[in-house]
Design a protein around this ligand. Structure first.
Ligand code: DON
Length: 563
């Protein structure tokens, strides 16, 4: 897709500076390329191009991650963000691992039953939209924590995003329809929705100019993290909270910290897999699912045959049952990580496994999965071999739909990832209990699974995706596609995916999932539910000659770039 510039826009703004062209008025998605040295895969062509241009200027994968994430905050407002949070999983060339948690946090005034009415029933939508659904944003703290691994100055890394916000960029058809769909909610939940709302409907090729966001980014450029967590931006956030009876305070903002955590590390068929620990459930679920199926000859079963899918579904079911009970913010809840990952425990979990029929999840009521791919993942490998996987989110599309008045960015609705009441499903149908109950200063349980795979001590794969609770199963299947079914990056990403999460007790399958396998599963007792699309996976596979086979998901505007 090549997008035409709209009339009346400034052309050829210096997105990346002299000599490097990232043209925000004409661009297209590139889905799969093998690059010889360095690669970025992200949700938007302009963001991937910015990341690559930064590496060509001398930056490493960490520089590229910072610049790409900031660019996404401008060009992909539904999920790219400064008002949300995320996780960075990285490996430096010397083998040093970094798992950086910049997940949002419940405000100091938050409490366990804050979304329940006086009869103890959830108030519909309260944790999903508007001011009260927002956790304290972590992204800006995460970017500055990442800066210590980068080479260039923050000023250089943020400038492309400032230019994209100030001079504008043309939007895709996906973005136009996203903004149109969210229009009424922006107006309902914001004092001043700014650039996102205009009178006529958005259409592909329109230019989105975000002067308020540009000014906020300049305050961050000039004052560092304080440009967001203190001063004028903090005042704007707190004023927005007052307007909509939200809870985020000056203290919440000033005290927010990104935290380094010990990553989840395990072996799978001779590869080392490294993924994100609690407060994400992603790394533990991935480890449980892969370790369970490692005992079976999955390659012989064949790709998406009834046998292999049934085994993987049963691994998924058992892992997600553990998620609901045992996983939460480790600073508030003792997650029994060692047990959950032990061989003996996993063997015990599969004792009642029957390869001919469906197991049964208990029949507690649970909601349907809500599919909005509006979290976003970035995979990067640089020339030296640094590997960076970042998944970042506002939670729902355009988060809480609350735009911070005058500051031009959207706040997350991450509070819905808590268990607002035991057994009550969140927007992804996930249930939970005490482990993930709301408490002041606690981080809500996530499914984000930024993951690295190492082979013989060398980089092998960087992978991750959005998709709410479907994230760990998508990453699981992408890894199995590569390791067990020997797929290239593009096939691993684009082949149909399926998903089981214990409750609701059904198998969701993408529309193009093999009909014969579907029928065979139904015969074994599975309920199959079709779903439009699962995830937006970005995957880089490092080939034996060192080249970077890079794939961006064909389900969206996602795009690769590299050299
Ligand atoms: O952290 C989580 O698990 C969710 N907030 C992610 C949301 C997401 O992936 C949105 N896309 N479906």
């Amino acid at each position: 897709m090549v997008l035409a510039a709209c009339s009346g826009t400034k052309k050829n703004s210096p997105v990346i500076g002299a000599g490097k062209t990232v043209d925000p008025y004409h661009y297209s998605s590139t889905k799969a390329v093998t690059y010889s040295k360095a690669a970025v895969a992200s949700a938007h062509p302009l963001a991937s191009q910015v990341g690559v241009a930064i590496m060509q200027k001398g930056g490493n994968a960490f520089d590229a991650m910072i610049a790409t994430q900031l660019a996404l905050a401008v060009v992909y407002p539904g999920a790219g963000n400064i008002g949300g949070g995320g996780f960075l999983m990285a490996r430096q060339t010397n083998g040093h691992l970094i798992a950086l948690d910049y997940r949002e946090m419940a405000p100091g005034k938050a409490s366990r039953d804050m979304y329940l009415d006086k009869n103890g029933n959830p108030v519909s939508g309260l944790s999903e939209s508007g001011h009260l659904s927002a956790g304290v944003p972590g992204t800006v703290a995460g970017l500055f924590a990442t800066l210590s691994y980068a080479k260039l100055s923050f000023k250089e890394l943020i400038q492309p995003a400032i230019n994209l916000a100030e001079f504008g960029f043309v939007i895709t058809a996906h973005e136009a329809s996203g903004l149109n769909n969210a229009r009424a909610a922006f107006i309902q939940y914001s004092a001043n929705p700014g650039a996102f709302v205009k009178n006529a409907p958005w259409k592909a090729g329109d230019t989105l100019i975000q002067p308020d966001l540009a000014a906020t980014l300049k305050r961050i450029r000039d004052n560092g993290a304080k440009g967001f967590y203190e001063g004028q931006t903090a005042t704007m956030i707190v004023q927005e909270m007052q307007y909509g009876k939200g809870m985020i305070s000056y203290d919440d903002l000033r005290n927010y910290k990104a935290i380094e955590r010990p990553p989840v590390e395990f072996s799978y068929r001779g590869y080392n897999v490294i993924s994100f620990p609690p407060p994400s459930s992603g790394g533990l679920l991935l480890a449980q699912m892969l370790k369970i199926i490692e005992k079976f000859p999955v390659t012989n079963y064949g790709f998406q045959t009834p046998r292999s899918v049934q085994l993987m579904v049963e691994a998924e079911r058992r892992a997600y049952a553990d998620r609901a009970q045992h996983m939460g913010d480790p600073d508030f809840w003792k997650v029994p990580q060692q047990t959950l990952l032990s061989e003996a425990y996993l063997a015990e979990r599969m004792k009642d496994y029957d390869s001919a029929k469906a197991s049964s999840s208990s029949n507690i009521q649970a909601g349907q999965i809500h599919e909005s791919p509006q979290t976003t993942h970035i995979s990067i490998v640089d020339e030296a071999g640094n590997m960076v996987a970042v998944t970042t989110t506002l939670n729902d599309s355009y988060g809480s739909k609350t735009v911070v008045g005058g500051a031009g960015f959207i706040l997350n609705d991450e509070m819905d990832d808590f268990s607002i009441k035991p057994g009550v499903p969140n927007m992804y149908g996930a249930v939970g209990g005490e482990a993930n109950a709301i408490a002041a200063g606690k981080r809500m349980l996530s499914s984000m699974t930024p993951t690295l795979v190492i082979k013989d001590n060398k980089p092998f794969m960087v992978v991750g995706t959005p998709g709410g609770t479907t994230i760990p199963t998508s990453v699981f299947q992408s890894i199995v596609n590569v390791i067990d079914f020997n797929m290239n990056a593009a096939d691993a990403v684009n082949k149909p995916k399926f998903h089981h999460q214990w409750l609701p007790d059904n198998v969701m399958v993408e529309n193009n999932f093999a009909a014969a396998t579907k029928t065979a599963l139904e015969k074994m007792g599975y309920t199959i539910v079709p779903i439009g699309g699962i995830g937006r996976t970005e995957l880089i596979k490092i080939l034996p000659d060192g080249s970077r086979e890079t794939a961006a998901d064909s389900r969206g505007d996602d795009s690769v770039a590299g050299y």
